[in-house]
Design a protein around this ligand. Structure first.
Ligand code: SAM
Ligand code: SF4
Length: 477
């Protein structure tokens, strides 16, 4: 398909093709021996990805021994490409106005509650609260409402966010998760210096999509599914895809997600920057009992591991929708980015810290499972030998889209990501950590300094760590 055609026509998601692969794999999986599956896993260790057919075979696997091998391979690929770094972000809800009626969402139009859009002063209060937690990277979230939350408002919000300083804190990367829009608006978002443009497909299955979106502009499957193509053609290098797992059969959704990533790569020479794997959560007026495709923990682990093998260089994101114990397991299966300390309330950060003027009784978009503050999540990661990172350097250095891939593939990115993770974590320890986390974190830094491949970069990192201690900030490679 030509690149221009894919700007509005989502036929690159070919349901018949996906269903054929699934039907064939399902038939064969009944009698499948472990050996061919183990061979697929073995080949995937080379970090060359997976075909849709091989991904399907692994998604149908129920053999515990093979799954154990799949999980080990996912962990090995993650270590090879990302080391033990875990990048932090927080969502920021700007507005609960929404003209859509998505059946799974607490913000849908038919839910009656008092809606709110943050004023610029309220945004500043939210940002100060987020900066006091140590966050440097945000994902902006809002309902779709062309009147209440238009692009002029978003541009002003982004510029306000980049302008707020709280102590040494500053938001350095604003990712944006907003409704599908046109090429002109994506150009404006690019100009506003967004990091990643994120949009979840919710479900790739047309019939389910139609049922889940009874009214509103989001009902248009083709327009929604081609949004990332338009964003990339407008010059946004980094885009994020995702499925809301629980709306339809996860085997279909995971394959379609991979097919979407392939289609972007075919059109632009580079696939998505990130994939998200949100699972359906309870929300106001949403009864989970009425959703027949809810995904079990074990299947979510399988999905994450298969995605890690299939797209080794794509970031994988897990949110606080998941319980701490499961998040811990997923970190070792390929997750590279996580949110922490999140609020899905408009105005939730400032009011939780006691500094907000907003005292809303409005429901959140959905309910969260991991409510631990970032400091606690960080302590936990350090104890498990992970390296927390607040790095935003790639996008500020222009290492995005197809500029990023060659560096990732030849491994030279390790001489940037590892030191940048260490330097941003050091800033966190100096400015935000409790005494206990500071002493834990210093040990983590010593341990991870030794893993910087180039001796010269290691020495330079040590010197920059000292400059941070002396009061400088924002030093990166
Ligand atoms: N309104 C825009 C949209 O729908 O694309 C922006 C993003 S919306 C604020 C963020 C995401 O939350 C949605 O894409 C959807 O996948 C997710 N979401 C909605 N309801 C949810 C629920 N009950 N449980 C988990 N995630 C949910
Ligand atoms: Fe609105 Fe997004 Fe919720 Fe749908 S998922 S109702 S578009 S906020």
């Amino acid at each position: 398909m030509k690149r221009e055609d894919a700007l509005f026509d989502a036929s690159f998601i070919d349901e018949d093709q996906i269903n054929r692969i699934l039907a064939k794999t399902r038939r064969e999986s009944v009698s499948s021996a472990p050996a061919p599956l183990l061979a697929i896993i073995d080949r995937a260790r080379e970090a060359q990805g997976l075909s849709l057919e091989d991904a399907a075979k692994l998604l149908f696997c129920e053999d515990e021994a093979v799954l154990g091998e799949l999980f080990r391979a996912a962990n090995a690929i993650k270590q090879k490409i990302y080391g033990r770094r875990m990048v932090f972000f927080a969502p920021l809800y700007l507005s609960s106005f929404c003209v859509n009626n998505c059946l799974y969402c607490g913000y849908r139009r038919d839910n009656k509650f008092e809606r709110h859009r943050l004023t610029m002063d309220e945004i500043k209060a939210e940002i100060r609260a987020l900066e006091r937690m140590g966050h440097k990277r945000l994902a902006l979230e809002c309902g779709e409402d062309p009147r209440e939350c238009d692009l002029d408002y978003l541009e002003e919000a982004i510029s306000t966010i980049y302008g707020v300083r709280e102590g040494n804190g500053r938001i350095r990367r604003v990712n944006v998760n907003i409704a599908a829009t046109d090429v002109e608006n994506y150009r404006r978002l690019k100009k506003a210096q967004i990091g990643t443009y994120i949009l979840f497909q919710e479900t790739y299955h047309r019939e389910t999509y139609r049922k889940m979106h009874p009214s509103g502009p989001k009902r248009d499957y083709d327009y929604h599914t081609t949004a990332h193509h338009r964003a990339m053609s407008a010059g946004i290098d980094d885009v994020g895809l995702g499925v809301l797992f629980g709306l339809y059969d996860y085997h279909f959704e995971a394959l379609a997600l991979l097919r979407h990533a392939q289609a972007l790569e075919e059109s632009f020479g580079v696939g998505p920057h990130t994939l998200s794997v949100p699972r359906l959560r309870p929300a106001e007026g949403v009864d989970l009992q009425t959703f027949p495709h809810l995904v079990a923990d074990r299947d979510l682990k399988k999905i994450v591991a298969v995605l890690r093998l299939a797209v080794p260089y794509t970031g994988l994101i897990i949110s606080t929708r998941e319980e701490p114990a499961l998040r811990d397991e997923l970190f070792s299966l390929g997750i590279s980015q996580l949110s922490a300390g999140s609020s899905t309330d408009v105005g939730g950060y400032a009011s939780a810290s006691g500094n907000g003027a907003l005292r809303s009784s409005a429901p959140p978009q959905f309910h969260l499972s991991d409510r631990r503050p970032p400091d606690e999540v960080i302590a936990d990661l350090c104890r498990k030998d992970f390296l927390p990172s607040f790095c935003t350097a790639c996008y500020r250095q222009g290492r995005t889209g197809d500029h990023f891939m060659p560096l990732a593939k030849d491994g030279s990115i390790q001489n940037m990501c590892q030191p940048n993770a260490i330097l941003t974590f050091k800033e966190y320890l100096l400015d935000y950590a409790s005494p206990e986390v500071r002493s834990l974190g210093e040990k983590t830094i010593t341990q991870h300094l030794a893993l910087i491949p180039s001796a010269r970069t290691r020495v330079e990192t040590e010197s920059r760590l000292e400059r941070l201690t002396q009061g400088e900030r924002d030093l990166y490679f």
